[in-house]
Design a protein around this ligand. Structure first.
Ligand code: 3IO
Length: 337
């Protein structure tokens, strides 16, 4: 062996013993903080853990994602600006909590009969891609998804529109407009504040997707479900623009490649989980269904909601008619799959 090779052998041996490597140091690991507002067992956090696992796997560990459920890093109302400001690298927003801010994407929460969360999630993502709304200019979108259609969960039975009159029910965004049209006393707050409001009696029920009966234990307090299947809540996962710009190209590719997959995965998870939660709740709660005649009666006061949204959108310079037409067309496209 030549003297030089002996030298390198010795170096390698030292490196082995000391745990350092003579080869150039590996590219630095990227560490990202991901904030979420509701408790860990809920679907926004389940999809967050799924994304973390997949990203860490698909980047061979070059990216590490640190998840913060339950508002421990940013809460519901601070989420969008917190991510824009860099308090978290990634955040999960519910667009219904700031209806005036996300006008285009919140059009998915008009009463347009999105049948399920998988369909709705793909409709929302397509709508976002087509219109590239200004509201998201300062962030990178990593996924978009929606809940399953909302239903009434309440402490007292709701079988007639008259049962809703003046009833304190919690909902936000598009769902809030629907409760108002039905004559309920709509109370707005994020899902993360709802368990306490129900406990204290500030609200007598809520209008949202049914998986929270199980995940947030609302079945213990809301003994009645009224099936209306009326409207979804739209969500987005967003990343700080500066964080995105600094990511290596191969990491960006992995994340871009997961946008549609993660959106569809979350919709599918939601749909399945709602079925599970209904089956699980059935023994503890009464499920009230509406006859076709009654459903028509409940739908009638909702008609002006879409009409007035279109009018307002048009007035603010958005193609309101086209947006609603696109949503209807996209529902047909994705529901057919
Ligand atoms: C929701 C939000 C956080 C955790 C679970 C959830 N299930 C349905 C929603 C929709 C929503 O944002 C809301 O406020 O009803």
């Amino acid at each position: 062996m030549k003297k030089t090779s002996l030298f390198f052998c010795a170096l390698a041996a030292i490196a082995l013993v000391s745990g350092t490597s003579p080869v150039p140091a590996q590219a630095k690991k990227v560490s990202l903080n991901y904030a979420n507002f509701p408790p860990a067992p809920t679907f926004p956090c389940v999809q967050m853990e799924r994304w973390k696992t997949e990203i860490e796997k698909r980047t061979d560990g070059a990216v590490q994602v640190n998840t913060f459920p339950g508002g421990t890093l940013l809460d519901a109302k601070d989420m969008m600006d917190g991510v824009i400001n860099g308090q978290a690298d990634i955040g999960c927003i519910c667009m219904a909590y700031q209806p005036g801010r996300f006008t285009v994407t919140n059009a998915t929460s008009l009463p347009l009969d999105i049948p399920d969360a998988k369909t709705g999630s793909l409709v929302l993502l397509d709508l976002y891609n087509k219109y590239q709304p200004e509201a998201f200019n300062k962030v990178k979108v990593l996924a978009m998804f929606v809940t399953a259609p909302a239903n009434i969960m309440s402490k007292a039975p709701v079988a007639e529109l008259s049962d809703l009159k003046g009833l304190d029910l919690r909902a936000s965004g598009g769902a809030a407009q629907i409760l108002k049209a039905w004559g309920a006393n709509q109370v707005g707050m994020p899902m993360s504040d709802t368990p306490e409001a129900l406990q204290k009696g500030v609200v007598k029920g809520l209008f949202s997707s049914l998986e929270v009966m199980k995940d947030l234990k609302f079945a213990e307090i809301c003994k009645y479900i009224t099936i209306t299947d009326t409207v979804i809540y739209p969500f987005a996962v967003i990343m700080n623009k500066g964080t995105w710009d600094k990511l290596p190209d191969d990491v960006k590719q992995v994340m871009d490649g997961m946008i549609e997959e993660q959106s569809a995965w979350t919709g599918e998870y939601m749909d399945q989980h709602v079925s599970d939660a209904i089956a699980w709740s059935k023994h503890q709660v009464e499920v009230i269904t509406l006859s076709p005649e009654k459903k028509a009666e409940w739908n009638a006061p909702l008609v002006p909601i879409t009409e007035s949204w279109i009018k307002q959108a048009n007035e603010s310079g958005l193609p309101g008619d086209q947006i609603v037409k696109d949503i209807k067309m996209l529902i047909e496209k994705h529901a057919a799959k």
